[in-house]
Design a protein around this ligand. Structure first.
Ligand code: PLP
Length: 400
């Protein structure tokens, strides 16, 4: 067990930025008024929300801050956007999404299918890129909604959102478009107007704000029914006393993310590539599951043939390194990730696929350390593998 933590699981959650925390503290201490109250003491709280709304508006380039709704997380944003827009278009029963969405979208569609909706799930190629032809062919007059994630949480593969929006609107002007942008916030610029999206969700804890706050952008031409009904907060679209400190926090996180976008595109990407190249060079039969697909700068998904991903994670954890695998341990059997399955990752590598996700806090030393220990970890696990003949053959081919 190591004392030092090398955190390479930033697609799961991130460390809170000191400046974010600093901006929140007054609203956790002395400025505790309910922002809806009439007295002067509440003005600072209500002004702080207004200010945060403007920061988020600028971060996603919305036309108007009234298009910004604060929620509790990315899952709530997706649920509110998707179910809310369908609530306004009850005559239409067809929805399109992708096979590789996050469960907070996929499981909403599974529920909607049970309620009689027809859902088309669009596939991806072996690099994780969406089949745009299949998407285009699926859109018809009855299509109420298309939802496509901006970037995939397991692979980091970026979908061409502007192009997808053009396809949707050219086939059916009335079809609404929801984009789960949770994995791009803070990694690449977001421009909802240039991309032509109707609704978009982000989550604070994925870009250095705390857990417990998210944003749903809904453009002024799109009307949704609220998921949480109660008071008049968030223009009646999301009831509940506003979480002032966390709203302030996500506002500051947007500002900070904007400042660091260039750093993500250069330094974070350089370190990610260094990690990736080190692993691919020094470990035989490791494969970059996304090939040359366009990815966010921080994510790498690597498959190690004939190795169990969970075992790699345990060995990494022993050395203080945090990463993740796509598998979910369900009912005693290790189910491979639905994303890697949709990509047809070979069965020899699908169980041994690891996601490394970096952040602005990742250092050169972190990456050098991971690169120095990975070959030994994989070698150790492979030495205990029942697939010794297959591994010997792989090694022989590699050294030819
Ligand atoms: N969408 C994507 C792509 C995600 O990666 C996640 C979280 O992992 C979510 C949505 C859900 O976000 P939250 O944890 O804020 O509900």
């Amino acid at each position: 067990m190591s004392d030092k933590i090398i955190y390479l699981d930033n697609n799961a959650t991130t460390r809170v930025d000191d400046k974010v925390l600093e901006s929140m503290l007054p609203y956790l201490k002395e400025e505790y008024a309910n922002p809806s109250s009439m007295y002067d003491f509440a003005k600072k709280s209500s002004d702080a929300i207004k200010e945060a709304r403007v920061k988020v508006r600028d971060f996603v380039n919305a036309e108007n801050e009234k298009e910004i709704i604060f929620t509790s997380c990315g899952s709530e944003s997706a649920n509110t956007g998707i179910r809310g827009v369908l609530g306004m278009h009850k005559d239409k029963r067809h929805i399109i999404t992708t096979k590789v969405e996050h469960p907070c979208v996929l499981n909403v569609y599974k529920m909607l299918e049970k309620q009689g909706y027809k859902v088309d799930y669009i596939g991806v190629n072996s690099a994780g890129e969406l089949d745009l032809e299949q998407l285009s062919e699926a859109i018809n007059d009855d299509t109420a909604l298309v939802s496509v994630m901006y970037a995939n949480n397991e692979t980091g593969v970026i979908n061409p959102i502007e192009k997808i929006s053009q396809i949707i609107k050219s086939k059916n002007q009335n079809t609404k478009f929801y984009v789960d942008a949770v994995q791009v916030a803070g990694k690449i610029p977001i421009d909802v107007q240039a991309c032509g999206v109707d609704m978009l969700g982000i989550s604070g804890h994925k870009f250095h704000a705390p857990k417990g706050v998210g944003v749903l952008y809904v453009n002024s031409k799109t009307i949704i029914t609220p998921l949480i009904i109660g008071g008049h907060q968030e223009r009646g679209k999301r009831a509940g006393t506003e979480n002032v400190p966390y709203i302030v926090g996500i506002g500051t996180a947007c500002e900070r993310a904007q400042e660091f976008l260039r750093y993500e595109a250069t330094e974070v990407k350089r370190l990610r590539d260094k990690l990736e190249n080190g692993i691919l060079k020094n470990i035989y039969n490791a494969r970059l599951n996304t090939g040359v697909a366009n990815r966010v700068p921080n994510t790498s998904n690597i498959g190690f043939e004939y190795v169990e991903g969970e075992l790699i994670l345990l060995h990494l954890s022993d050395k203080g390194i945090c990463a993740s695998s796509g598998s979910a341990c369900t009912s005693g059997s290790l189910e491979p990730s639905h994303v890697l399955r949709a990509m047809n990752v070979p069965f020899t590598a699908i169980h041994g696929s690891i996601r490394f996700s970096l952040s602005k806090y990742t250092t050169e030393k972190d990456i050098d350390y991971v690169n120095s220990v990975m070959p030994g970890i994989i070698e150790k696990i492979r030495n205990l593998s029942p697939y010794q003949d297959e591994l010997a053959e792989l090694k022989r081919r590699k050294t030819l």
